[in-house]
Design a binder for this molecule. Structure first.
Ligand SMILES: Nc1ccn([C@@H]2O[C@H](COP(=O)(O)OP(=O)(O)OP(=O)(O)O)[C@@H](O)[C@H]2O)c(=O)n1
Ligand SMILES: C/C(=C\CO)CCC[C@H](C)CCC[C@H](C)CCCC(C)C
Length: 380
């Protein structure tokens, strides 16, 4: 692998993002308001879904045209991303496995501050490309299936929407890391894996901007009743679909960033993801159930039960996921014994829990950033 070729890997990802952004651009931001509460789901169980109300006033014909096109948005962007990355790997524009396993990842050489690092790689063989393509397709389907397994009971009124949101929050990122061993040891595998959060970011964009139609109750087009509508209902607290563009969007962007830049080369990504997903998710799920009587004095909306769940969830999530990656041979063992590692992870989890209590900072940013900075200091 010539060092000259390495920046092309970044170039390919930029192309993919640009292609996605281009195809998203034409859609208007049609706001919707959903009446949201568990009882609301029940009230409308005869319809079998939530009512969604369109704030826009466009005519039915233009809505139908937009809706029909928007149905294609996700498949088209998926096809473009997957094809481009696969083509890049086949044509050796993505790096294959390292020749010297101890060499720093060549991706570092593509960063402005990492010019001095340059790894050498074997070609990205056909079997490795097919393996990474298969792992990507499997992860995309598994992600859709997992999200559906939670949004569907929420839609039927069998699951509290707040719990639905937090269950997706707690489990989707760890499940994603659990499938990382399916990917090859090619350096370019991270680009394939990054497609999974990228497509979910687009899905949230579609859900949050209303690019996919509401259900048929508004008389638009019953064939367009969308999983994105179901998704935005399940993950928004207030019922405003635009909430998909807030916490959930940040969540998948953290996943995208960590996958692309840290992947299996650096535990920082795994620890940040586990703290954001398992820790912060359990803080809500446990805190709302067991925290009513033990609120913090200085922040009455958070509890000792919730913060304890964040510490325990982050600690066990980080340790469990790192152990899984090491055990499967996906990640190199860390240079610490279990006791030492648990001690370091405990510090990261405790400080992250303290930062989560800050009332002014959005925990979707503050928790993974804190965990990322601390694990850079303590685990490298
Ligand atoms: N340390 C914590 C964190 C959360 N909670 C519980 O979880 C609820 C939601 O907390 P939080 O995640 O901060 O709420 P939001 O920021 O609104 O939700 P999100 O993170 O999903 O945006 C709180 O009201 C509280 O009942 C808690 O008890 N202790
Ligand atoms: C509701 C969320 C956060 C709120 O704080 C998280 C939204 C998550 C996305 C809708 C789905 C993310 C899927 C993952 C990128 C991939 C999971 C793959 C796995 C194999 C199931």
């Amino acid at each position: 692998m010539s060092p000259l070729r390495q920046p092309r890997s970044i170039f390919v990802l930029v192309l993919v993002v640009a292609a996605n952004a281009f195809s998203l651009h034409p859609y208007p931001n049609r706001h919707r308001t959903a009446i949201k509460s568990p009882s609301h789901y029940n009230q409308h169980s005869s319809l079998g879904r939530l009512l969604m109300m369109n704030g826009g006033s466009g005519d039915t014909k233009s809505k139908s045209t937009s809706v029909n096109t928007s149905k294609l948005l996700l498949p088209i962007t998926a096809a473009v991303s997957i094809s481009l990355v696969t083509l890049a790997a086949f044509t050796q524009h993505l790096p294959g496995p390292p020749i010297d396993a101890t060499a720093p990842p060549p991706f570092l050489s593509t960063l402005p501050f990492g010019v001095i690092f340059a790894g050498s790689c074997e070609p990205y063989s056909t079997s490795l490309v097919l393996r990474d393509l298969g792992a990507t397709l499997f992860s995309i389907v598994a992600a859709a299936g997992f999200v559906k397994s939670i949004t569907y009971p929420a839609k039927l009124g069998k699951l509290d929407p707040r719990d639905a949101r937090k269950l997706i929050h707690t489990f989707s990122a760890p499940l994603f890391i659990l499938v990382w061993p399916l990917f090859s040891n090619a350096y370019g595998a991270r680009v394939f894996a990054s497609i999974v959060p990228l497509l979910n970011a687009i899905r949230l964009f579609v859900a949050g901007t209303g690019a996919e139609s509401r259900n048929s109750s508004d008389g638009v087009d019953s064939s367009t009743t969308g999983s994105e509508v179901e998704l935005s209902n399940a993950i928004s607290r207030s019922g405003d679909a635009k909430e998909a563009l807030q916490g959930p969007f940040v969540y998948v962007m953290v996943l995208l960033f960590s996958t692309f830049f840290f992947w299996i080369d650096n535990p920082v990504g795994v620890v940040s993801i586990a703290t954001m997903a398992v820790g912060d998710g359990l803080a809500d799920l446990i805190g709302r159930r067991f925290g009513a009587s033990n609120k913090w004095q200085f922040n009455k909306s958070k509890s000792i039960a919730g913060s304890s769940a964040l510490v325990v969830g982050s600690l066990l999530g980080s340790y469990g996921l790192l152990s899984w990656l090491v055990w499967t041979g996906t990640m190199d063992p860390l240079p610490y014994n279990s006791f030492d590692l648990l001690g370091r992870l405990l510090i990261i989890a405790t400080v992250s829990a303290a930062v989560e209590l800050a009332p002014v900072i959005d925990d979707n940013y503050s928790v993974p950033i804190t965990a990322g900075v601390l694990s850079t200091l303590l685990l490298n």
